[in-house]
Ligand binder design. Structure first.
Ligand code: GLC
Length: 799
C-alpha cells in the first residue's frame, strides 16, 4: 500500500521517551527508548535542522538542494533541561524538545510567541512493499495561520485547506488545481500572529503536504521514503524566511546578462532559417523591442540533440552571427532523450562510456520522446554531467548560441503510465546509488546544472543563460524557468500570475509563463492583457505550440500590436530597475515579485490577496484578468501610492476601483520611490545610454532607493566593477532633499541624470545641486531638469 494520507494507515509508529542526549558543537542528538534518534542542528540563530532516524543510523548526509555556501554559525546557543524537556535557546528562538515523546515546540525568543508546535510530531510507517519507511510529520496549525509557497502549484496564493503532492510531471495543458506539475519545491512559509516561519522538507522522494485539509487544524507533510529531514526557518518577516531559505538552497550564481531580462520570442517551431529571419526582421520593422529568438526541436536533425538540420539550417554559425548583428541572441532547445542511433555520435559516446540510465535488472532505460526511442543520460552521475557540459562546446563557442533551453527533463516519456521512468531505474546519485523513486524529483535539476556548467565554460567571458522546465529546490542557482504547457484562456492568465508570484516566494524568482498560452490560441485582447502581466515577470517570453496559429505581437491587428509595443517598451525603460532588483535577489535572496502578504504581512487583508503584487520594491501591479474590462477592483496595500499613468494619489489599506482600458493596466508607484529608466531600445546594447532618467515620487518623510548597474555581462562586477547608487529622499512641506551615495568601480556611460519629480506639493523657488543653484523648467506638474551624475545633494525649496 502506498500511503496517500498522513493518518489513514493505523500502523503509525512514534518515538518513545528520550533516554540519551549528547551535544557535539552545534549538533544535538536525542535518542529514544525505542531507538529513534533526533539529530538537531543549529544552523543559524533562526535556522534549525531536524533529522530523524528510526533505526539509530542515518544515511550519508547528502543533498542536491543545500549549497556549500550556506551560512553557518550563531550568536547565541544555550541548552538547558528541566524535568520534562530540553530547552534550546538562540538569539532568535527557543525550542523545546519533550522528554516524553520527542515533540518540539518553538517560540520567538523576544516575546515568547508560540511559533510552531508538533501535533504528533515525527512518526513513521514501515513499508514492506516499497522498503524503508514512510516518514511523516504533523504540526498544529495555530489560530489564523496561513500558508504560502511550494513552487509552481497552479492555485491561489494561500494554500490553507489544500493538499499537494510533489513529483515532477510533464503536464501538457494542465489546469487550475492540477497537481503535481513540473516542479518539486518542498518549501512553504507560514504566518500567524504577524510572524512568519518556513519549513523546507529536503526529501526527494514523492512527498505530500497537507495544510489543514485532512484535519482542520493540522498541517502535515510526509514522503514515501528517505529520511524525515527538514529545516525550520524563522523570520519573523516572511522576506527573511525566503531569504534564509535561499541562503540554504542557493541564489543565482551570477546575475543574468542584461539582455536576458529583455523580451524573448519563441514558438514551436520557427524554421527554416528564412522563417526565423522573417520573424526577427518584423520585430525591427515594427520597432517592437526583442532580445532573444528561440529554436524549438525542429532545428535539429531528426530531433537529435547537438545536431542541426542541414535542410532547414544549412549554416547555423552564419545565421546566429547575422541574428546577433541585428541584436538577437539565439537560444536553442536541448532535451535529455538521446536517440538510439548507432550513427549518432552523442548516442555512441554515451553508450561506450556507459552514461545512460539502466533498469534494475540491467537493460537500458528505453523510452519514447520526440526522436522516437531514446536512452537517457544519468545526470546524477558527476562524470556524466561533465561529459554533458562538454557537449556544448561547438554550439556555444563555435556557433555562437547564447542560451540553452532544457525541456522534457522531468524526465518526460511518452505513451507510458506515469509519463516518466518506472521506479526501478537506477541512478548514481553522486555516489549514493538509488532507484528512480529517490532520483526522479532531481533528475531535471541535475540536467539543468550540467547544461549550466557547459554554458558557463563556453560562454566565458560572457554570462550563461539557461532555462529549465523541471526543477527541485536549489535549481535557482543555475537557471531560469517557465511554468510549462499552459493554455490560452483567461483562467490561465490568472494562473500564470499566481505561479510567478509563488515561484518568487519559493526562492526561484527568475520565472515566467508562456505569454499568450502554449496550447490553443488567444484572441487579441487576451494576448494584450497577458503581455501586460508578462512584462512584469522576471522571465518574459511569448511561446506557443505552432499547431494553434501564430502568436507574434503583430498577428492580432494594429491596436493590439501598439499595446504590446507600449508595454514591452515600458519593460525596456524599466530595465535598470529590474536589474537592480535582480541583483538584490541574487545577493540577498529577496524575491523579485512580492505577493502582498510578503510585502505587508502585518496587514491581514493581504493574506488572501492573489492578483496584486509588488514588482521589485516600489511598483505595485495588478493585471486585468477578465475580458471586456474597463478596469477592476483591487486592494491597494497600506501607504500612499502614485497612479503611474496620471500621478493621482491613492491612499492604501482598502479595495478600490481602478480604471484600466485595454491599453492600460493598474500600475502604482510607492511614494518616495526613485525609479531609474533607460531610453527605449530595440535590444539591450542598441544604444549607448547617454542619460539615466530618475523618476522621483515625492513623499513627505524619508525613503531610500537604489540603482545597481554594471557592464550588463561578464564577471567584472564580482571584482567590484559595478555602480551602486543609494538615494535618500527627505520630503518636507516646503522642501525636498535627495542625497546620493555611490559605491563600486564601474563607470557608467552617461554623465548626467534627467530628474523628473512627481507630486511636488509646493511651487519651486530654488534648486541647488551641491550648493549651486540651477535653472528649472516646469511641465505639467512634473518638474524636469538635468544634473550631473556625480551630485551628492539636491536641495529643492519653494512654497
Ligand atoms: C514541450 C515544451 C514546449 C515545447 C515542446 C516542443 O511541450 O513544454 O515548450 O515547445 O515540448 O519542444
Amino acid at each position: 500500500m502506498i500511503l496517500n494520507t498522513e493518518l489513514e494507515y493505523k500502523g503509525n509508529l512514534f518515538p518513545s521517551k528520550i533516554i540519551f542526549y549528547k551535544k557535539h558543537v552545534n549538533v544535538l542528538y536525542f535518542k529514544s527508548e525505542n531507538g529513534v534518534v533526533l539529530q538537531l542542528t543549529i544552523e543559524r540563530d533562526s535556522v534549525l535542522r531536524f533529522r530523524y532516524s528510526t533505526t539509530g543510523m542515518f544515511d550519508k548526509d547528502f543533498s542536491y538542494a543545500i549549497t556549500i555556501y550556506a551560512s553557518k554559525g550563531y550568536n547565541h546557543l544555550e541548552i538547558t533541561e528541566d524535568d520534562d524537556k530540553y530547552i534550546i535557546t538562540t538569539s532568535k528562538l527557543v525550542c523545546h524538545i519533550s522528554k516524553i515523546d520527542m515533540r518540539k515546540t518553538i517560540f520567538d525568543v523576544k516575546d515568547n510567541t508560540l511559533i510552531c508546535e508538533d501535533e504528533l510530531g515525527f512518526h513513521w510507517e514501515e513499508s514492506y512493499e516499497i522498503g524503508g519507511d514512510i516518514v511523516k510529520m504533523s504540526l498544529k496549525s495555530q489560530q489564523g495561520e496561513n500558508y504560502y509557497g511550494l513552487g509552481d502549484k497552479p492555485v491561489e496564493n494561500n494554500l490553507k485547506g489544500k493538499r499537494f503532492q510533489n513529483w515532477v510531471t510533464d503536464s501538457y495543458a494542465y489546469g487550475r488545481g492540477t497537481d503535481p506539475i513540473y516542479k518539486t519545491i518542498p518549501f512553504y512559509t507560514a504566518i500567524h500572529h504577524e510572524k512568519s516561519y518556513g519549513v523546507f522538507f529536503d526529501n526527494t522522494f514523492r512527498s505530500y503536504f497537507d495544510f489543514c485539509n485532512e484535519r482542520r487544524n493540522i498541517t502535515s507533510f510526509w514522503a514515501q521514503g528517505g529520511e524525515m529531514n527538514y529545516y525550520f526557518i524563522y523570520g519573523p518577516e516572511m522576506t527573511e524566511v525566503v531569504s534564509n531559505y535561499t541562503d540554504l538552497t542557493g541564489r543565482p550564481q551570477h546575475i543574468p546578462p542584461l539582455w536576458a531580462l529583455g523580451f524573448h520570442q519563441c514558438k514551436w517551431s520557427y524554421y527554416p532559417e528564412s522563417k526565423v529571419k522573417e520573424i526577427t526582421s518584423k520585430f525591427r520593422e515594427l520597432q517592437i523591442p526583442c532580445d532573444a529568438i528561440y529554436l524549438d526541436i525542429d532545428y535539429m536533425e531528426g530531433f537529435r540533440c547537438f545536431t542541426w538540420s542541414e535542410e532547414y539550417f544549412p549554416d547555423p554559425k552564419k545565421m546566429v552571427k547575422e541574428l546577433a548583428d541585428d541584436g538577437f541572441k539565439t537560444i536553442v532547445i536541448i532535451d535529455p532523450g538521446i536517440k538510439i542511433d548507432n550513427d549518432y555520435s552523442v548516442f555512441k559516446e554515451g553508450l561506450e562510456k556507459d552514461y545512460f540510465c539502466k533498469r534494475a535488472d540491467g537493460p537500458y532505460m528505453k523510452g519514447k520522446v520526440w526522436p522516437g526511442e531514446c536512452y537517457f543520460p544519468d545526470f546524477t552521475n558527476p562524470e556524466v554531467r561533465e561529459w554533458w557540459s562538454e557537449l556544448f562546446k561547438e554550439l556555444i563557442e563555435d556557433i555562437g548560441v547564447a542560451g540553452v533551453w532544457n525541456d522534457m527533463n522531468e524526465p518526460a516519456v511518452m505513451d507510458v503510465p506515469g509519463k516518466s521512468f518506472p521506479d526501478d531505474v537506477r541512478h548514481d546519485y553522486d555516489g549514493n546509488p538509488c532507484s528512480h523513486r529517490k532520483a526522479h524529483n532531481i533528475y531535471g535539476m541535475q540536467m539543468a546544472r550540467a547544461t549550466y556548467h557547459g554554458l558557463k565554460k563556453f560562454s566565458y567571458p560572457k554570462r550563461p543563460f539557461v532555462i529549465t522546465r523541471a526543477a527541485y529546490s536549489g535549481t535557482q542557482r543555475y537557471t531560469s524557468t517557465w511554468t510549462g504547457d499552459n493554455v490560452a484562456t483567461w483562467d490561465h492568465l490568472s494562473i500564470a500570475n499566481q505561479q510567478a508570484q509563488r515561484m518568487s516566494m519559493s526562492g526561484f524568482s527568475f520565472a515566467g509563463s508562456d505569454i499568450g498560452g502554449f496550447a490553443e490560441q488567444p484572441n487579441g485582447e487576451l494576448f494584450a492583457r497577458w503581455i501586460q502581466l508578462g512584462v512584469f515577470h522576471p522571465f518574459c517570453r511569448v511561446h506557443s505550440s505552432g499547431d494553434h496559429g501564430d502568436q507574434e505581437p503583430w498577428v492580432f491587428g494594429k491596436t493590439v500590436t501598439d499595446i504590446v509595443r507600449k508595454f514591452i517598451e515600458l519593460r525596456y525603460q524599466l530595465l535598470p530597475y529590474l536589474y537592480t532588483t535582480f541583483w538584490r535577489y541574487a545577493d540577498e535572496g529577496i524575491p523579485i515579485l512580492k505577493s502582498l502578504v510578503l510585502f505587508d504581512q502585518e496587514d491581514s487583508n493581504t493574506h488572501y490577496r492573489n492578483d496584486e503584487f509588488i514588482f521589485g520594491e516600489k511598483i505595485l501591479v495588478c493585471p486585468i484578468i477578465e475580458p471586456n474590462s474597463k478596469g477592476r477592483r483591487m486592494y491597494i496595500p497600506r501607504g500612499r501610492w502614485y497612479n503611474f499613468w496620471d500621478n493621482s494619489i491613492m491612499i492604501g489599506g482598502e479595495e478600490v476601483w481602478v480604471d484600466a482600458d485595454i491599453d492600460s493596466m493598474p500600475i502604482f508607484v510607492k511614494e518616495g520611490a526613485i525609479i531609474p529608466k533607460y531610453p527605449i531600445q530595440q535590444y539591450v546594447g542598441e544604444k549607448i545610454i547617454e542619460q539615466l532618467e530618475l523618476d522621483v515620487y515625492y513623499k513627505e518623510g524619508k525613503e531610500s532607493s537604489e540603482v545597481y548597474e554594471d557592464a550588463g555581462d561578464g564577471y567584472d562586477y564580482k571584482k567590484g566593477r559595478y555602480s551602486l547608487r543609494n538615494f535618500n529622499q527627505v520630503g518636507k512641506p516646503n522642501s525636498l532633499t535627495i542625497q546620493q551615495f555611490k559605491s563600486g568601480k564601474f563607470i557608467t556611460s552617461y554623465n548626467s541624470f534627467k530628474i523628473n519629480i512627481h507630486g511636488l506639493p509646493f511651487k519651486i523657488d530654488k534648486i541647488e545641486v551641491d550648493n549651486e543653484a540651477i535653472d528649472i523648467s516646469k511641465i505639467n506638474g512634473v518638474v524636469t531638469f538635468e544634473v550631473t551624475k556625480e551630485f551628492r545633494e539636491l536641495y529643492i525649496t519653494g512654497k
